[in-house]
Design a protein around this ligand. Sequence first.
Ligand code: GDP
Length: 198
Amino acid sequence: MEVKKALFLISNADVTKCPAPDRPEYAFTGRSNVGKSSLINMLVQDKSLAKISGNPGKTRLINHFLINDFWYLVDLPGYGYAKVSKKERKKFNTLIRQYILTRENLYCLFVLIDIRHEPQKIDLEFIHWLGISRIPFAMVFTKADKLKPQEADKNVADYSRKLSETWEELPPFFVSSAAKGLGRKEILDYIQQINESN
Ligand code: GDP
């Protein structure tokens, strides 16, 4: 799929004020600094969208974009943001979880993981929660250009092994680099495939 048109629609701190759930929706989340804005920018190839999602005022909100007049791309707040108070963190987590649990048109949630790191408790717990909540999700290992290909493969394999301890079937995963445009076609084709099968 090619992104021919990308339009910023609305930012929200209130799940009930999100656009009507009348289109296929794909959301992106992960720990802050994981490369979410860069990935979204790379996918839609529009710097002005990245500016919106990189704007500190918007990073704690749910940002809706309309792609190709057909589907919604949603930039969710990053979780586990270390620089804010526990109370604030709890507020974002509640917002993210509320969005995930109530958004009936959410076809796939992309969970971003920095490919350089070992599996982190906060991500594993979040993924576990997605599983028990029966949320369709896929994983995106970001910043692949920061590792040698063999190291990247090893880290992905280690992650898969870790997930296999609790999961019978592994979620789909993608390896990406916003710097190199890696994973763009695969992620967009995956979205198209889901759009076409619904
Ligand atoms: P966010 O907080 O998750 O939205 O993360 P950003 O997209 O703002 O990225 C955080 C930092 O990682 C920035 O300094 C980016 O330039 C850098 N970054 C993001 N993606 C990549 C990537 O694919 N490759 C490299 N080398 N750096 C990246």
